[in-house]
Design a protein around this ligand. Structure first.
Ligand SMILES: Cc1cc2nc3c(=O)[nH]c(=O)nc-3n(C[C@H](O)[C@H](O)[C@H](O)COP(=O)(O)OP(=O)(O)OC[C@H]3O[C@@H](n4cnc5c(N)ncnc54)[C@H](O)[C@@H]3O)c2cc1C
Length: 230
């Protein structure tokens, strides 16, 4: 999405192809993000995929989608993620609040690591955010120095799209309701994801310092009820 946004005023046309129903599927900011990019002539092919990339003389010419459609293309940027082929390393990355693995003197940090998130009763999670990577690194480093400091952090993510900074904090998986303030048309909103009648996460645009404030509260063990959010 960030690449599409960046290229939207540089390429003649930009097309995003994805296998999920929407990009950033677990996030409520989807309609806004799609609208922002569609206004910049970015086209989306969701619940789809690439069956084939065809080229001529070593240059890409077209992309064949899984549904058979053929899109002309000069450049293809592939963001397909990765998985770790090293079975030993993967099984080693067990949950541990000091970011230790089950192999002595091997510590885990970053996207590759799962860890017990205090916010959700120490459920083991794997979340790819810069802020978490840094938190992991700090705890791993202390662990290496035999300083047992348990990880206590609240996930916080921000990204820039078309000059707008979107913030997301908490752990919204399994949310059942949304309390929404502001307006997507005005590009200014704060949205609370509700789970078990409490705020589990929030997303915001142009609504500072709401997301940062929520981080502070969650970190201190405070909770906001749905009624309070409303
Ligand atoms: C397109 C994109 C946009 C993103 N946007 C945001 C954002 O807006 N906000 C946010 O919070 N997070 C964002 N993220 C996530 C964030 O970048 C990651 O969470 C973070 O970079 C993970 O850090 P890491 O150190 O765990 O892994 P990485 O940064 O992936 O570092 C792993 C390093 O290990 C190297 N490596 C891999 N295998 C080997 C090997 N066998 N030998 C030696 N080296 C190896 C890799 O080359 C790489 O340099 C984004 C990620 C992507 C891909």
């Amino acid at each position: 999405m960030e690449v599409a946004a960046y290229l939207s005023d540089k390429a003649a046309s930009v097309t995003v192809i994805g296998s999920s129903k929407f990009p950033f599927q677990s996030s409520l900011v989807i309609p806004l993000l799609l609208k922002m990019l569609e206004e910049k002539n970015v086209t989306f092919y969701t619940s789809n995929g690439v069956a084939e990339i065809r080229g001529k003389n070593g240059k890409v010419k077209e992309v064949v989608l899984k549904n058979g459609e053929v899109l002309p293309a000069d450049i293809v940027i592939v963001g397909i993620g990765m998985y770790n082929k090293f079975d030993i390393a993967v099984t080693a990355f067990i949950s541990h609040r000091f970011m230790k693995t089950n192999i002595p003197d091997v510590f885990a940090a970053g996207d590759v690591a799962s860890f017990p998130l205090p916010l959700v009763g120490h459920k083991r999670v794997n979340i790819g955010h810069w802020q978490l990577v840094q938190a992991h690194g700090r705890i791993s480093g202390l662990s290496m120095l035999n300083q047992q400091v348990a990880i206590n952090t609240v996930p916080y993510f921000w990204t820039m799209l078309l000059g707008k900074s979107i913030r997301y904090t908490g752990y919204g998986e399994g949310y059942t309701d949304i309390v929404f303030k502001g307006s997507t048309e005005e590009r200014k909103f704060l949205a609370f994801y509700i789970k078990d009648e409490e705020v589990a996460a929030a997303a915001s645009l142009n609504f500072d310092p709401a997301a940062a404030r929520l981080v502070e509260m969650l970190l201190m063990g405070k909770r906001i009820t749905k009624a309070q959010a409303q």
